[in-house]
Write a protein that binds this ligand. Structure first.
Ligand code: SF4
Length: 429
């Protein structure tokens, strides 16, 4: 989502004459778009500002803007703690960034803009033309969250759930496709909670987007199990452009921990969703996030998580040791023993790796349809993805970004599959 926001911030700033530079010391304005999800996010921002200060020590000071969720969480405090920062702007106010830059240039007075004005934001953003579109482009359809999982800062930094108007999204998608996008990844902190006017759901969006002729693939992330409704599951059967992979975080395999996390679903509920999806397409790939060592997690709770991984066989998943986020209910709880947590994480990641290897092994010597996203610096090497999202590095002397090509997979490592472009049409999976 920050990539989407950063691109829009760029579009807004370019409307008042700014252009991008890849040399930091050339910048007149330095915008740091921040994320609050990772550990020590706030400290990392101050360190980065410290580096900017050092880089510009003997140069004219740039205008320094901190945007995103750390800006929202820290607000006024940022300017007090680091006077080198000139503007602090939250994720629901960044549509005002060009006005605020101009205002600062006029008055030279520090600005803190951290209102939640999500409706105003998307109304404004639709007036600004999108300057760039990638083969695989992000499109934010929903923001915020009402679920309040006890470990998560999102409801506090992004605010309540908000769904963008249906037509606005369709128009933006058409725009992206006209500019060259072949795949659209619909984004939201709770993307499958999308609900506009009590009439349009994520399934309605997917079905309508499927009619855009030059759009080849549709994905969405990140979903909550609670909102994996049947109408959405049915899209995996009816909409050929919806790709057969789903990131559906379960976080823990223990019902006790899921309850302590306030996740609003249990193991059985999660299993039911997977069962329905597998009935539609047995090859659909499921990935998840796992939090290890959540306060109160016992050996038995951890074993429940291992068990669910083995039963479902997740691929491409993320796992972290629990770390408290200030202001969340879980931050008040006593944390588990760190050594034990580290051992559990290593064990879990080992099992995830085994499943990943088994999964990748199944691709060997078979042909797959790959969407080429870009040429790599190296000669005649390209990067693309299979339908189920697996990254592929391939050799080809005859392909272009944006093409769907057939690739024979020859080998793999921990991160990528490696293959060769099959120029003659051979049926691909
Ligand atoms: S559903 Fe997702 S975004 Fe919302 S509180 Fe839980 S983890 Fe955070």
């Amino acid at each position: 989502m920050n990539e989407y926001d950063s691109n829009r911030i760029y579009d807004l700033a370019s409307a008042i004459g700014y252009s991008k530079t890849h040399k930091k010391i050339e910048a007149d304005c330095y915008i740091l778009n921040t994320c609050h999800i990772r550990e020590k996010a706030t400290e990392k921002v101050y360190h980065e500002i410290g580096r900017v200060k050092k880089d510009f020590k003997n140069l004219k000071k740039p205008l320094v803007v901190v945007s995103g969720c750390v800006a929202q969480a820290e607000s006024e405090e940022m300017i007090k703690r680091e006077p080198y920062i000139d503007i602090v702007i939250g994720p629901q106010s960044y549509h005002r960034i060009s006005d605020l830059i101009l205002k600062y240039e006029r008055k030279k007075k520090k600005i803190n803009e951290t209102e939640f004005n999500v409706i105003g934001k998307f109304d404004e953003l639709q007036k600004i033309s999108i300057s760039q579109s990638k083969v695989s482009s992000y499109l934010t359809i929903q923001e915020g969250c009402d679920k309040f999982c006890h470990f998560c800062v999102v409801p506090y930094t992004r605010g309540p759930e908000y769904s963008r108007p249906f037509e606005q999204i369709i128009n933006e998608a058409k725009n992206l496709v006209n500019k060259g996008a072949k795949e659209i990844i619909l984004l939201g902190q709770n993307v499958n909670a999308y609900n506009f006017d009590k009439k349009y759901k994520l399934s309605s969006l997917i079905r309508t987007l499927s009619n855009i002729e030059n759009l080849k693939r549709i994905r969405f992330t990140t979903s909550h199990p609670k909102d994996m409704t049947d109408d959405l599951i049915d899209c995996y059967r009816d909409c050929k452009k919806l790709m057969p992979s789903l990131h559906l975080p379960i976080q823990s395999g223990s019902n006790k921990i899921l309850k302590l996390m306030n996740r609003k679903h249990d193991r059985k509920y999660y299993f039911n969703i997977i069962e329905k999806l597998k009935k539609i397409n047995k090859d659909i790939k499921i990935s998840s996030d796992f939090i290890i060592g959540y306060p109160g997690e016992t050996k038995k709770d951890f074993e429940d998580t291992i068990e669910i991984i083995k039963e479902i066989g997740f691929v491409n998943s993320y796992s972290f040791i629990f770390s408290p986020r200030p202001g969340t209910p879980a931050a008040q709880k006593e944390t588990n023993n760190l050594m034990e947590n580290k051992e559990r994480l290593a064990k879990l990641q080992n099992i995830l790796e085994t499943f990943q290897n088994e999964n990748n092994n199944n691709y060997l010597e078979k042909n797959y349809e790959v969407l080429i996203e870009r040429k790599l610096d190296r000669d005649e090497k390209y990067f693309g993805r299979t339908k189920d999202m697996n990254p592929v590095i391939l050799n080809s002397s005859n392909c272009n970004a944006g093409e769907l090509i057939n690739v024979k997979i020859n080998s793999f490592n921990q991160k990528n599959l490696f293959g060769t472009h099959l120029v003659n049409k051979i049926k691909a999976a």
